[in-house]
Design a protein around this ligand. Structure first.
Ligand SMILES: Nc1ncnc2c1ncn2[C@@H]1O[C@H](COP(=O)(O)OP(=O)(O)OP(=O)(O)O)[C@@H](O)[C@H]1O
Ligand SMILES: [Mg+2]
Length: 460
């Protein structure tokens, strides 16, 4: 696709990269000033050496600086803020020591797991405070006075305002993970409320793969003399990520998706849609073709959200279809392919979405669907990542052979969606909804048999 950015690759630069990598190998967590017990924790996680962002950010954080850390997706930013905080906690044990703010609930759970993994031998206690879960149960967790709170802003404010005896007046560390998102307008009111009730005398860390250039926004985080650490590749996206686009008429999106899923069978996919409804529709359509697809979106109950994610993480489902609720921070190492089924409207989201694959040095693929309506948005993405992507090659006649079967699956999905809506409207109350995830396996397998008969490649 046309773009006014040039691709460049100089051999000199490659030599530099190699030299840099060599230096990387020599540095250990211990060299950065990390205490032995935490070095051992890293070893247990099989982290042999610190990543670039960890090498740069950890010593500064240990010196007591405020840090703005900008580094590509999957590059170990969580460890870059978790290790210094755990070390400070070890040196100065205190309840309600650190608060980590994240934009999504699933990410909060994941960060908590990482703190627990790194801090298990020092007995760190974490609590996850997110929406969609029972307030009372959370109030009880808070009453136990954990060391580290990992929270989404809205629910934390709820507790600050309504849970007796809970205050963050002694807080020492504030982290905004996915900071550009946290400092965005939709969290403005909540974040301002939180900032008002925590001490100004504290350390603040902002981390993300993309950062706002608006100084005003950053100022809201009230950093004190911050150091900006920026380690990213030339193109913001990861080197080992192969990125492609396909340009197709909007009416053929489903059939191309099915073809790609067939072609790349055996892989784990994350498919991004722009609406909750489209995640459900697409999942139903794929299920009726025999794929093990599960949706994840913000209108599901929190238990279902976690259930869907866990099934995908455990490889019980090979396709996760989600809105941007899953685009940031989630670390699922086995994701092989990201499909932007609906193009992201904010170009930055592209970087985060495709960053769900090719993490921590692994390889991965990303394919973006571009229809006749998406050209401008797509060009903006190319401009942001500073390169033009190749076309994903496929045999159009083969794709079109699937049309009939896909049309049938679309009809089934439509009926099931209607069923679901009726159910929501109060009818069929006792019947299980089509998207009740407990039913998905049987249904999927039933149709898979038929498809196999028609010589369609089986998808795991
Ligand atoms: N030093 C290390 N050596 C090896 N693996 C590491 C190291 N540090 C972190 N990892 C692993 O790398 C993966 C990605 O880390 P993490 O989720 O912190 O990335 P991130 O930079 O926060 O990405 P994103 O921008 O998507 O949030 C995790 O599985 C983590 O366990
Ligand atoms: Mg992260």
């Amino acid at each position: 696709m046309a773009s006014d950015n040039n691709m460049e690759s100089g051999s000199e630069e490659n030599v530099d990269d190699v030299v840099e990598e060599d230096n990387e190998k020599e540095v250990t967590f211990k060299d950065l000033g990390v205490v032995d017990v935490l070095c051992e924790a890293c070893e247990q996680l099989k982290w042999k050496a610190p990543t670039k962002i960890q090498r740069e950010a950890i010593p500064l954080a240990l010196q007591g600086k405020d840090v703005i850390g900008l580094a590509e997706t999957g590059s170990g930013k969580t460890g870059a803020f978790a290790l210094p905080i755990l070390q400070a906690l070890l040196q100065n044990p205190q309840r309600y020591f650190a608060l980590i703010l994240t934009p999504t609930r699933e990410l909060a759970f994941q960060i908590s797991e990482q703190f627990e993994a790194l801090g298990s031998s020092i007995g760190v206690k974490c609590a996850v405070i997110v929406g969609g879960m029972d307030m009372m149960a959370q109030a009880l967790m808070l009453a136990k006075k954990p060391h580290i709170l990992i929270a989404t802003p809205g629910r934390l404010v709820d507790h600050l305002e309504n849970t007796k005896g809970f205050s963050l007046r002694a807080l020492k560390y504030l982290v905004m993970d996915e900071a550009d998102r946290i400092l965005n307008m939709d969290f403005e009111v909540e974040v301002d409320k939180i900032l008002k009730v925590i001490p100004r005398e504290r350390r603040t860390f902002l981390f993300s793969a993309t950062m706002t250039k608006k100084v005003q926004k950053l100022q809201r985080a009230s950093l004190q003399d911050p150091v900006k650490v920026e380690v990213s590749t030339k193109y913001q996206t990861v080197e080992k990520l192969q990125q492609y686009y396909i340009f197709i008429p909007v009416k053929f999106k489903d059939v191309y998706l099915v073809h790609i899923l067939n072609e790349l069978a055996g892989n784990s996919f994350m498919i991004f849609c722009s609406t909750c409804n489209n995640t459900v529709r697409t999942a139903l359509m794929l299920r009726s073709l025999g794929f093990t697809a599960v949706p994840l979106h913000g209108q599901m109950s929190q238990n279902k959200r976690l259930g869907a994610l866990n099934k995908f993480k455990a490889k019980n489902r090979s396709i996760l279809i989600s809105t941007d609720v899953a685009s940031r921070g989630l670390d699922i190492p086995h994701v092989d392919v990201v499909v932007n089924f609906d193009i992201p409207t904010h170009s930055k989201d592209y970087i985060h979405r495709v960053g769900r694959t090719a993490r921590a040095g692994r390889a991965g693929k990303a394919i973006t669907f571009v229809t006749q309506y998406d050209v401008e948005l797509y060009q903006r993405i190319e401009h942001l990542i500073g390169k033009q992507l190749p076309l994903f090659k496929l045999q159009e006649d083969e794709v079109m052979m699937l049309q009939e079967r896909v049309a049938e699956a679309q009809r089934m999905a439509k009926m099931q969606l209607k069923d679901l809506e009726d159910k929501k409207g109060g009818k069929n109350k006792k019947r299980k909804g089509a998207m009740d995830d407990d039913d998905d396996t049987e249904e999927a397998q039933g149709v898979r048999k038929r498809l196999k008969g028609k010589k369609m490649k089986k998808h795991r």
